[in-house]
Design a binder for this molecule. Sequence first.
Ligand code: ADP
Ligand code: MG
Length: 366
Amino acid sequence: MATIKAIEGRSVHQIQSGQVIVDLCSVAKELVENCLDAGATSIEVRFKNNGLDSIEVQDNGAGISPADYDTIALKHYTSKLSTYDDLTSLQTFGFRGEALSSLCALSKFHIITAQAADGAKGTKLEFEVSGKLKGTSVVAAKQGTTVVVETLFNNLPVRRKELEKSIKREYNKVLHLLNAYACISTGVKLSVSNQVPKGKKTIAFSTNHNPNTKENIANVYGTKTLLALIPLNLKFEMEASTRPGATQSAEDACSREIRIVGHISRPVVGEGRQTPDRQMFFVNSRPCNMPQLAKAFNEVYKSYNVTQSPFIFADLKLDTNAYDVNVSPDKRTILLHDQTALLESLKTALGDLFAMHDQSVPQAQL
Ligand code: ADP
Ligand code: MG
């Protein structure tokens, strides 16, 4: 008798959802990315009880068309990608169509949305655990979308308990992540608040439609932070010999140029930070985890300031053929083509930059 059978659909959904939404950070990340993808210029993230009771994300983006209500929370339904080949020309954060469907499986979840033509009328959408639309009702709403996630992991007792236990740490982690989205998103107002039980609502931070990342950093970390920063503007060519099989076509030549832009602490003792807690990395403006890159930055900085760590805001401008974002469901792990060579070139360029600023006088840069 055959012992191998397909896992029943509902169970597959739950297994996979737990991989997309692994913690509080994944919820905030997925929802804020959806707002940015919808063209929002104003995003409010509201935590209740550090996120344990609820996370609400409201935007003033395009809203959701009634024609999409039925499919919006179904797995692998997305407005952003239709074939695998589209991945290299992708301009959006999302493309897997998994976040909303996963949240249906893992929390008490609803959406309120209104498009420009809807006036002050919006629609509340409620869903089954499977992501199937359960019902709609008319509510008052401005243009945009509000997604409400209550009692995250309510049906995964182990994860819920773990979340309750570590909620303070999780909340700090989520703030750190949202700092990165706030700093990179120019022209956007991103504000984050938290309401603790029986307490007042506190604003964690807020940006203000700033035209550049420097003003975003000032809003998030305070104007004083800027005093210790220098512009990061590195440009280098990858060695042709380090790319086996590389041809000398024009296309290849353009993909070999790497630019890293942003801001970094001056390499001066007293101007770094006690801990490496303010370090943000991006690939073409997408916030990513880049431990190897962080290590390279910190190593070079240490040769000037051994007692402290730098503030780093580094955005890698890469040809879309030079990396792969589809490595993990949360898309925060990026596979960089020829990473070893890139890190070596980066260290040299960074050493040159620090050598230039070694003795310079700090200046307010706003
Ligand atoms: P993905 O972002 O990968 O497409 P999601 O599950 O996050 O998958 O979202 C599914 C779809 O729902 C999106 O493709 C988008 O069309 C729509 N959507 C989600 N959030 C918003 C929002 N805040 N505003 C407008 N549309 C949204
Ligand atoms: Mg998404």
